[in-house]
Design a protein around this ligand. Structure first.
Ligand SMILES: [Zn+2]
Length: 292
């Protein structure tokens, strides 16, 4: 094939990619850069303005919760350096769920630094059996790929990383293998309980999507509500978002920037309030879907 033909083919491929509704999320990601910051004690924010990534300094290595969007790995590396940490020290990554916008840096960290990858068992199975539901095909880089995690998380697992013990639950809904995580963060003598819910989006809960998935009875709607109920009564002082839209992220960041204090991230009511609001939103969503 000539260089000219190669180039024309490239233009065709790009034209097709631009038409994808997700395209905007995968290009110019540096425009969504957020300066990394400390949330509380040994817990830090290293994500950007759309997808969250959290870093926990366990005293015996760094743990990431989620790996960011595909195509955003360079920014994640910069965020880790900017905090004074080294990406080489990231020993573990727990993936919130198996979608393209949360697994971006997983292969890179594993290959570069030997980072161990953890993921909910149902999503690990999805990668193997039905990789198309990872939505990896939405990435603008067709070489991005899924992977086999080193550890499959099961409901109720308690995982220990250095000084941090994490209680893990599988909360199917957004995907079958979303994980909810609960752990203590330490700031000197202070201890705060962090809570994380690994996926709220309704984009995978339309009738069309569920039919495509083979859930013709749309049982996942009820499963989603039950998953929320299973963890809503956990005590959470600090609600860590999966996407920045989940936890008044920008409101808090604004306060942090104005006052220099991160106390605004501590709110023992936010977890329950937000999870309740998602239940109500889903009920409206279901009734609208049933009208379709
Ligand atoms: Zn997702």
């Amino acid at each position: 094939m000539s260089a000219k033909e190669d180039y024309l083919e490239f233009l065709e491929r790009r034209k097709k990619a631009v038409k994808n509704s997700m395209f905007k999320y995968f290009v110019n990601q540096e425009k969504r850069w957020i300066k990394p910051f400390n949330i509380f004690g040994n817990v830090y924010y290293v994500g950007y303005s759309w997808v969250c990534v959290h870093l926990i300094d366990t005293g015996e290595g760094l743990l990431l919760i989620d790996a960011g969007n595909c195509g955003a790995t360079a920014m994640l590396i910069k965020a880790i350096y900017d905090l004074g940490f080294k990406p080489d020290d990231v020993k573990w990554i727990i993936l919130s769920h198996g979608h393209v916008d949360h697994i971006g840096a997983a292969n890179f960290f594993k290959n570069m630094f030997g980072t161990k990858l953890y993921m909910g068992k149902p999503d690990a199975d999805m990668f193997k059996e039905r990789p198309e539901f990872s939505l990896i095909q939405e990435s603008t880089d067709f070489m991005d790929d899924i992977f086999e995690p080193d550890v499959c998380i099961q409901n109720g697992d308690e995982l220990t990383f250095g000084n941090t013990s994490i209680k893990c639950y599988i909360v199917p809904g957004h995907t079958e293998g979303c994980v909810a995580l609960f752990f203590n963060a330490y700031d000197g003598g202070r201890i705060k309980r962090c809570g994380y819910y690994g996926g709220f989006g309704f984009n995978t809960l339309t009738k069309q999507f569920l039919d495509d998935f083979g859930d013709f009875e749309h049982n996942m709607w009820d499963t989603y509500l039950k998953s929320i109920d299973s963890v809503i009564n956990e005590h959470v002082d600090i609600f860590l978002g999966n996407h920045t839209e989940n936890n008044k992220f920008f409101e808090k960041l604004d306060i942090l920037n104005k006052t220099g204090s991160n106390e605004c991230f501590i709110d023992e009511n936010e977890w329950r309030t937000y999870l309740n609001s998602k239940k109500e939103e889903l009920k409206v969503f279901i009734s609208n879907q049933n009208k379709v």
